[in-house]
Design a protein around this ligand. Structure first.
Ligand SMILES: Nc1ncnc2c1ncn2[C@@H]1O[C@H](COP(=O)(O)OP(=O)(O)OP(=O)(O)O)[C@@H](O)[C@H]1O
Ligand SMILES: [Mg+2]
Length: 458
């Protein structure tokens, strides 16, 4: 995996983390600034109220006493206090040390109302002085003010600390983001390595390393492994089938060649005719094998076109039996079909006839003289089971699972003609119909091949 992806994800992660941290501090900063300003304002309000009350009780003298007492107690350390009497003479003035620089002349302006608030800016350092002015009676005016110095310092400190914290956060977020994405992308890297190794070597036995945690990426890894397993099986199957097909076509084709050659060499017209007939027969066999292979692969891949409808099982069974009646009679095998005419299945009549014909062909072919072959059917629970029962040699238990495999031929059949595709075709067609196949056999007694299909809807 390109490191750029992990880096990009890590940076994105770090950046989004940082943006939220910045938003949070800006929000906190604004709230803090507002709270501090409100607090300063409240101090001024309460001082004004306190002096107003004192003046109303004890007049200018009482007020002066209170102010002097406050000053003694250090209450004016951070306050501007000014008292102006009726003759606009400043009776009292105090200002914290080191405050200078505010232009206080505006405080001398005549009042429009009994209570007013004034803010005086001090451009060089950006601080402001907020002054509350109140006419408290008898022409006396009291003014209490507070500069934003202290809270400005506090906020500046907050800003500086926030910046440091931000930088640290950014570092931690970026590092954490990198580590997290690197660890999080590990399953994808494993997947990528596996696919790369398969592409490089062409071997499908590589597997993605999974941890078994069942998280989505791990699950993806095991799914890919399952898929690789399937592909491997399919490839092996295809390779095997191809080998078998090549092998099985070679025999008739060689015979074909030999027959044609012998006929040509002999020059005898009768022998030529015989040779041609023989060659035709071999060509027919090759053709049948190829058709069967194509049909099987069509049925297995789901591309076989089925003309589905209600099919009378008795009719198709009778037609299939008729195909082998002569052969059975010649061989001395009793071939019978006994199916209730009411039994109907949902299927394609041509394909179902082909299925039954293959089963009957096998039964007749492998059952020795004096035996029987019976075709029966039974309807139950919306499904129909048709069976072809014979009294042939039967199949050994260990061979049973393989009879449905392509090109499989049992020992008993070595002497009989065939390629081993009949039962594969039966299974593929029945499964394409949504049905199932089964076989039950007792060696030396006989076999029952059966297929279950959905019953036709009435
Ligand atoms: N009724 C049966 N009794 C005993 N063995 C059977 C019977 N039907 C099938 N078999 C066994 O199963 C094998 C596979 O059957 P399948 O019909 O697929 O091939 P085949 O009959 O040999 O050739 P093909 O059908 O392609 O001409 C047979 O070779 C035979 O060994
Ligand atoms: Mg067969």
């Amino acid at each position: 995996m390109r490191p750029a992806l992990a880096l990009r994800l890590g940076l994105w992660y770090g950046a989004s983390f940082l943006v939220s941290a910045i938003a949070l501090s800006v929000f906190t900063y604004v709230l803090l600034a507002r709270a501090l300003a409100a607090q300063d304002h409240n101090v001024l309000e309460s001082m004004l109220a306190r002096y107003t009350a004192e003046f109303q009780r004890g007049g200018l003298v009482g007020l002066q006493h209170l102010i002097a007492a406050d000053e003694g107690e250090g209450r004016h350390e951070r306050l501007l206090v000014r008292v102006v009497d009726a003759r606009t003479e400043i009776v009292y003035f105090s200002e914290p040390p080191g405050w200078g620089g505010f232009d206080l002349s505006v405080l001398d302006r005549p009042l429009a109302r009994d209570s007013e608030w004034t803010t005086i800016a001090h451009p060089p350092d950006g601080s402001v002085l907020e002054v509350g002015t109140r006419r408290i009676g008898g022409g006396v005016t009291i003014q209490v003010g507070r500069s934003s110095h202290v809270r400005d310092d506090l906020l500046a400190n907050f800003r500086a600390r926030s910046l440091e914290v931000m930088l640290l956060t950014a570092l931690i977020a970026a590092a954490g983001g990198l580590v997290l994405t690197y660890v999080g992308l590990a399953p994808l890297r494993a997947l990528e390595n596996t696919v790369r190794s398969i592409l490089a070597t062409g071997r499908f036995d590589a597997r993605v390393a999974t941890t078994g945690t069942r998280d989505p990426l791990d699950e993806l890894g095991s799914l890919v492994n399952d898929m690789l397993g399937r592909i491997q099986t399919l490839l092996a199957g295809m390779r095997g089938a191809l080998d078998n097909v090549a092998h099985d076509l070679r025999t008739p084709l060689t015979r074909f060649r030999n027959v044609a050659e012998a006929a040509l060499v002999s020059g005898d017209p009768a022998a030529v005719r015989d040779g041609l007939a023989h060659a035709l027969e071999e060509a027919g066999r090759v053709n049948a094998t190829l058709t069967a292979l194509m049909d099987i692969s069509e049925a297995e891949t789901g591309t076989m076109r089925l003309a589905l409808g209600a099919v009378s099982l008795r009719e198709v069974a009778d037609e299939a039996v008729a195909l082998y009646a002569d052969e059975a009679e010649e061989k001395g095998v009793a071939l019978r079909s006994a199916i209730d005419p009411a039994v109907h299945v949902h299927g394609d009549p041509t394909r179902l006839r082909q299925v039954l014909a293959n089963l009957i062909e096998n039964a007749v072919k492998y059952t020795p003289a004096g035996g029987r072959v019976d075709v029966e059917a039974e309807a139950r629970d919306g499904a129909v089971t048709a069976s072809v029962r014979d009294t042939g040699p039967g199949i050994e238990a260990e061979d049973l699972p393989f009879v449905w495999d392509r090109l499989y031929r049992g020992d008993v059949s070595r002497s009989a003609r065939g390629v081993g595709l009949g039962l594969s075709l039966v299974k593929a067609i029945v499964e394409a119909h949504g049905g199932t196949v089964a076989v039950d056999s007792t060696p030396g007694r006989g076999s029952v091949f059966s297929l279950t299909l959905p019953a036709a809807r009435p």
